[in-house]
Design a binder for this molecule. Structure first.
Ligand code: DGL
Length: 270
C-alpha cells in the first residue's frame, strides 16, 4: 500500500492529472515520468509511442509501482489496451474518464475536441463516445500541434497563446456543439486562454479530476489505498533536460520540483 503510483506523459502535461491525484489522494506517493527526450508525442508514429510507453511502464515495474496512470491521451489512445494485457498492475487512462465527463454535460450531438494529430487520427474519443451514447453523440477533433511546445516552454497565456487558441477554435465555427474536450493533458494549462477566446460557447472538459476519481476507485476496490497518513515524497523523472522540466513544472504546480534524469535508454530515439 505504501508503494508509489506511476504517472506518465510525454512532458509536463501529465502534471494536470498528477495535481488532481495529489488533491484527491493526498496520502499517495507519485512517481512522475515525463518522456521529455521524445516530446511531443503528437509528431511521432503510434509504433514509436507504444514502444516509448512500454519502456516507461517497464521502468515503473522496476520501481514496484502498485498502479500506473497514462496521464496522456496519445498513449491512452495507442497503447492502453495492449499495456493492460502485458503488465500485472492496474493501468488507468484518461480517454474514458474524459468522455464520461463530457457525456454528463453535453446537450448537442457533437462534442468538439482539441488534441494532437495522433490522438485525433486514432478516433479513440469518437469511438468511445459513440459506444457510450448509442451512436447519439460523436466527437469532432482538431489537431493543435502548436499547443504542446508552448506549454513545454512555460507559456500559458498572453498574445502568442491567444493567437494559436483563436486559430484552432476557428475550426469549430460551423459546428453546433456546446462541449469542448481537452484531449491532451497539456491543454488544461492553456485553459485561461481557451476560455477567453471561446467565451461561453463551450463547457470545457478536463479529464483530470475524473481520472483521479477512477484511480481512487480502483485503489479502493483492490485494497491498495495508502492509509499511512504520512506525507508522501513524490519523485519526478525525465528522459530529457531535468532543469528545463523542473523550471516549468515548478511554475505549473506552485511548489519547487527537482527532476532527475532517469534512464539513458530513454534518450531521443531516431
Ligand atoms: N500530453 C499528452 C497527451 O495527452 C501528449 C502530448 C504530446 O506530446 O503531443 O496527449
Amino acid at each position: 500500500m505504501n508503494l508509489p503510483i506511476g504517472v506518465m506523459d510525454s512532458g509536463v502535461g501529465g502534471l494536470s492529472v498528477a495535481k488532481e491525484i495529489m488533491r484527491l489522494l493526498p496520502n499517495e506517493k507519485l512517481l512522475y515520468f515525463g518522456d521529455t527526450a521524445n516530446v511531443p508525442y503528437g509528431s511521432k508514429s503510434p509504433l514509436f509511442i507504444r514502444t516509448a510507453v512500454f519502456e516507461i511502464l517497464k521502468y515503473f515495474k522496476s520501481q514496484n509501482v502498485k498502479a500506473a496512470v497514462m496521464a496522456c491521451n496519445t498513449s491512452s489512445a495507442v497503447a492502453l489496451e495492449q499495456a493492460r494485457r502485458c503488465f500485472d498492475f492496474p493501468i488507468i487512462g484518461v480517454i474514458e474518464p474524459g468522455v464520461r465527463e463530457a457525456l454528463k454535460i453535453i446537450r448537442t450531438r457533437t462534442a468538439c475536441m482539441f488534441a494532437n494529430s495522433v490522438t485525433v487520427a486514432s478516433g479513440a474519443h469518437d469511438a468511445l463516445m459513440k459506444k457510450l451514447s448509442d451512436n447519439e453523440i460523436s466527437v469532432t477533433g482538431k489537431a493543435c500541434p502548436d499547443f504542446v511546445p508552448l506549454v513545454e516552454s512555460g507559456i500559458f497565456e498572453g498574445a502568442e497563446a491567444d493567437r494559436v487558441v483563436n486559430k484552432y477554435l476557428s475550426a469549430f465555427s460551423g459546428i453546433e456543439s456546446d462541449t469542448l474536450i481537452l484531449g491532451c493533458t497539456h491543454y488544461p494549462f492553456l485553459e485561461k486562454a481557451i476560455k477567453k477566446a471561446a467565451g461561453n460557447r463551450f463547457s470545457i472538459v478536463n479529464p483530470a479530476s475524473a481520472t483521479a476519481a477512477e484511480l481512487s476507485e480502483i485503489l479502493r476496490s483492490c485494497g491498495l489505498e495508502n492509509v499511512s497518513g504520512l506525507s508522501p515524497a513524490h519523485r519526478y523523472c525525465v528522459s530529457g533536460d531535468p532543469e528545463k522540466f523542473s523550471q516549468v513544472a515548478s511554475m505549473l504546480m506552485g511548489f519547487e520540483i527537482n527532476a532527475e534524469l532517469v534512464n539513458p535508454s530513454f534518450q531521443k530515439r531516431v
